[in-house]
Design a binder for this molecule. Structure first.
Ligand SMILES: [Zn+2]
Length: 271
């Protein structure tokens, strides 16, 4: 049996996080806070040299050998392993898994060996970035980053009046790191119907959404670390509205066609 470190962790998260294969109609990729946890878990490889690099990823593994990990960063759902001349971008997608300091199982996309341990990534997308990361990434769009800029997010929303809010909240250029759980929980908190048009939502409510997206990112991180994320869900995967005590609606909405859970009674449809 594979011994993925996160198997236990994600039992709590039946919704699920992508570290474990799931059953059910929709799978979801790990959201930004989960990638922060991954970054913290591999912190001991920072400053260490890659002794061996294997795997079925098409990237040139040979050139990774003897390179030192100079930094480990994240941008939303991207894990960034920075080497002196390039950065490895790891995106776990829907089925991605990783294991740390555990026996390799099956065919990893990338398997890195260090003097102090091993790091294996499975079923994920791996890309090399040669450019300066500041040229590639808008850090101010990343909900988990110190450079997060709520004013910039409000401005980007204002520029998309015809977009459904359920799609806008999944837009990684506006809310990097946010996923479907964020969308459902924040729209419930702010009492906004997922099919509301961004341009019809009052500016004051849009500002409230931006604020709650940032707040939820850090609550997600705290709750996930404490294995209580799911316990705090008010709308995501829920059947009854905790405010109105009536059934929530589950629909696949917007261009993104992701699961939305909402209340017809207390979430206002701005259209
Ligand atoms: Zn309600």
């Amino acid at each position: 049996m594979p011994l993925y470190r996160h198997t236990c962790l994600n039992k709590d998260l039946g919704h699920g996080s992508a570290f474990v294969m799931q059953s059910g109609k929709e799978r979801s990729m790990p959201e930004g806070p989960s990638i922060i946890i991954l970054k913290e878990e591999i912190h001991h490889f920072k400053g260490k040299k890659i002794l061996a690099a294997l795997g079925n990823s098409k990237i040139d593994k040979k050139k990774l050998v003897n390179q030192k990990v100079v930094d480990i960063k994240t941008w939303g759902k991207h894990l960034l392993i920075c080497l002196p001349k390039l950065t490895l971008r790891i995106h776990l997608l829907l089925f991605g898994k990783y294991s740390i300091d555990e026996e390799r199982n099956g065919n990893p996309r990338l398997a890195l060996t260090f003097r102090n341990g091993t790091l294996n990534f499975y079923s994920c997308a791996i890309k090399e970035i040669e450019e300066d990361l500041d040229e590639v990434y808008d850090w101010s769009a990343d909900l988990m980053n110190k450079a997060w800029d709520p004013a910039a997010a409000r401005k980007k929303l204002t520029a998309k009046p015809e977009t459904f809010i359920c799609d806008a909240l999944l837009d990684q250029e506006i809310f990097s790191g946010a996923g479907n759980i964020f969308k459902n929980e924040v729209l419930f908190r702010t009492r906004i119907h997922p099919k509301s048009l961004v341009g019809k939502i009052p500016a004051r409510k849009r500002a409230e959404i931006v604020k709650q997206m940032h707040l939820y990112a850090f609550q997600f991180l705290e709750w996930k670390k404490a294995f209580v994320l799911k316990k705090h869900w008010e709308a995501h995967t829920k059947k009854i509205c905790p405010r109105c005590d009536i059934p929530l609606v589950k629909e696949y909405l917007g261009k993104t066609q992701r699961r939305s859970f909402y209340c017809r009674n207390c979430q206002v449809w701005y259209k």
